[in-house]
Design a protein around this ligand. Structure first.
Ligand SMILES: *[C@@H]1O[C@H](CO)[C@@H](O)[C@H](O)[C@H]1NC(C)=O
Ligand SMILES: *[C@@H]1O[C@H](CO)[C@@H](O)[C@H](O)[C@H]1NC(C)=O
Ligand SMILES: *[C@@H]1O[C@H](CO)[C@@H](O)[C@H](O)[C@H]1NC(C)=O
Ligand SMILES: *[C@@H]1O[C@H](CO)[C@@H](O)[C@H](O)[C@H]1NC(C)=O
Ligand SMILES: [Cu+2]
Length: 394
C-alpha cells in the first residue's frame, strides 16, 4: 500500500446572538442551544470537581471565554491581528539547519505542522493535537506579543452564503484581511485521496494575493508541500525551503455552503455517537465525496497556503477555523461527558498508512519548536483540566 498517494485532497480533508441570516435560522438556533447546554454542563461539572478533588485550579469563575470573531469589538479584533503581525516579526526558534525557510516565530508553528502532518490528521490525535496547537499559538500571542484577549473562532455557519463579505474576510482594518484579488476563468481544484474518486471544489471569487486588511503585506515563507491549483495540477515540495510569496485566498461561498453550513454542523454533532465516526465525518469520510466541516473551512478560504494541508497554518485564519473545530468537539464531548470525555480512536498515521498501533491516551503530543513541551493526550481531553481553563461563548 506504498502506492497510497497522499494528496492534499486528503486532508482536507457567532456570535450565537448574531442575526441568523446566512443559513437556516432553526439550525443556527439549535447550534446556539447546543453550545449553551454545553456551557451549563461544563459549569455543573466544574462545581462538582471543585467540591471534591480538583485536577487543576480551573473554576467557573476563572474560566476564560473564547468568542466568535464577529462578537469581538473592533479594538479587540485589531489587538488580535496586531499580535499575529508581531509574531510574524519575532525571530524563529526553529534552527534554519532544520528548516531553512523559517523567518519568524509564526513560522515555528507552520514548520511544526508541516513536520507532523501525516501523524496528526485522520489519526487518533487529530482533535487533541490541534487543541494543544491552537492553545500554544494563543499563548504565544499573549506571552510573546502582549495580546490580552483569547483565541477567537470562526462560526462557519454564520456567513456561509457570503463569507467574503463577513467581518472575517471583508478586508477592513478590523477583519482578518480580504479575499484574494479576483482571477477570472479558474477551474475547480481537484482533491485526490489515494484511489478514491476525485473531489472537485468550485473556484471562489478571489485567487490572487490578499490586497486589503491587516495581512495585505504578509509574506508566506514556507511551502508548498502539496498545493492544488485551479488547473488540475498540484505544486509539490518539501515545504521547508525559503519561498517568500504573498498570501493568496480564493474565498468560496459554494464550498462553505456545501460543507460547512449550519445543518452540517448540527448533523455532525448529533448524528455521530462514537468518536471514530465523529472525527471521520468531521474530516470527510474517504470516498464519500465530502471533505467534512474541517476541509470545508480550509477550502472556504482556499488559495495558498490554506489549500495545502501541510502548510495551512501559514494562513492566519487557520487558528479561527481550528477554534471552531475545537468548539464543535467540546459540544460533542459535553453531550455525554461520561462516555466521551476520554473517547479516542484511530492510529498514529494518516488513515493508518503506513499501519501503526492505535493511539492511546498515554501517547505524547510534542509541538517541537512551536513550544509547550511534551504532553499526553489524556491531559488534552478537557478544556477545563490539565493545562486548560477555557470555554466557548457568545
Ligand atoms: C438543552 O437542554 C435542555 C434541558 O436539558 C433540553 O431540553 C434541550 O433539548 C437541549 N437542547 C439541545 C439543542 O440539545
Ligand atoms: C520533525 O520531527 C522530528 C521527529 O519527531 C523531530 O526530530 C524534528 O526535530 C522535527 N523538526 C522540526 C523542525 O520540528
Ligand atoms: C497550472 O497553473 C500554474 C500556476 O498558474 C502554472 O504555473 C502551470 O503551468 C499550469 N499548468 C498547466 C498544466 O496548465
Ligand atoms: C449543507 O451541508 C451538507 C453536508 O454537510 C450538504 O449535504 C447540504 O447539501 C448542505 N446544504 C446546502 C444548502 O448546501
Ligand atoms: Cu492540521
Amino acid at each position: 500500500m506504498h502506492l497510497f498517494r497522499l494528496v492534499p485532497a486528503l486532508l482536507l480533508g457567532a456570535a450565537w446572538a448574531a442575526p441568523a441570516q446566512d443559513d437556516t435560522s432553526s439550525a443556527l438556533s439549535q447550534f446556539q442551544a447546543l453550545a449553551n447546554n454545553a456551557s451549563s454542563t461544563e459549569a455543573d461539572e466544574l462545581d462538582d470537581r471543585t467540591s471534591t478533588k480538583r485536577a487543576n485550579t480551573c473554576t467557573r469563575d476563572n474560566l476564560v471565554v473564547r468568542r466568535p470573531w464577529g462578537s469581538l469589538s473592533k479594538k479587540d479584533r485589531k489587538a488580535y491581528t496586531d499580535a499575529v503581525l508581531c509574531l510574524q516579526k519575532l525571530p524563529a526558534k526553529t534552527p534554519t539547519s532544520l528548516v531553512p525557510g523559517v523567518r519568524s516565530r509564526y513560522d515555528d508553528f507552520v514548520a511544526t505542522h508541516i513536520n507532523q502532518t501525516l501523524n496528526i490528521h485522520y489519526t487518533g490525535n487529530f482533535l487533541s493535537w490541534h487543541r494543544w496547537f491552537t492553545w500554544q499559538y494563543e499563548q504565544a500571542l499573549r506571552n510573546e506579543c502582549g495580546y490580552k484577549g483569547y483565541q477567537p473562532y470562526w462560526n462557519w455557519a454564520l456567513y456561509a452564503k457570503d463569507p467574503a463579505s463577513s467581518p472575517i474576510f471583508d478586508g477592513s482594518a478590523y477583519s482578518m484581511g480580504g479575499n484574494g484579488a479576483y482571477i477570472p476563468n479558474k477551474g475547480p481544484i481537484a482533491l485526490t485521496l489515494g484511489d478514491y474518486p476525485v473531489i472537485y471544489l468550485p473556484a471562489g471569487t478571489g485567487g490572487g494575493c490578499v490586497t486589503s486588511g491587516p495581512f495585505k503585506d504578509m509574506v508566506v515563507n514556507l511551502g508548498p508541500v502539496s498545493m492544488p491549483l485551479n488547473n488540475g495540477t498540484v505544486l509539490t515540495g518539501t515545504g521547508l525551503e525559503y519561498n517568500p510569496r504573498c498570501l493568496k485566498r480564493d474565498v468560496s461561498a459554494a464550498v462553505n455552503l456545501a460543507y460547512a453550513n449550519a445543518t452540517s454542523i448540527i448533523n455532525l454533532i448529533t448524528q455521530n455517537n462514537n468518536i471514530a465516526d465523529f472525527q471521520m465525518k468531521m474530516q470527510g469520510v474517504p470516498g464519500s465525496g465530502s471533505i467534512g466541516v474541517h476541509g470545508g473551512g480550509h477550502y472556504t478560504v482556499g488559495g495558498d497556503p490554506s489549500g495545502d494541508v501541510f502548510v495551512s497554518p501559514g494562513e492566519p485564519t487557520f487558528y479561527l477555523h481550528h477554534g471552531m473545530i475545537d468548539l464543535v468537539w467540546w459540544i460533542w464531548q459535553l453531550l455525554d461527558e461520561k462516555n466521551r470525555r476520554f473517547a479516542i480512536s484511530g492510529t498514529q498515521t494518516f488513515l493508518n498508512q503506513p499501519p501503526t498501533p492505535d493511539a492511546t491516551l498515554d501517547d505524547i503530543v510534542d509541538l517541537g519548536y512551536a513550544g509547550g513541551g511534551p504532553i499526553t493526550i489524556r491531559e488534552l481531553m478537557s478544556t477545563t483540566d490539565g493545562p486548560f481553563c477555557y470555554t466557548y461563548g457568545l
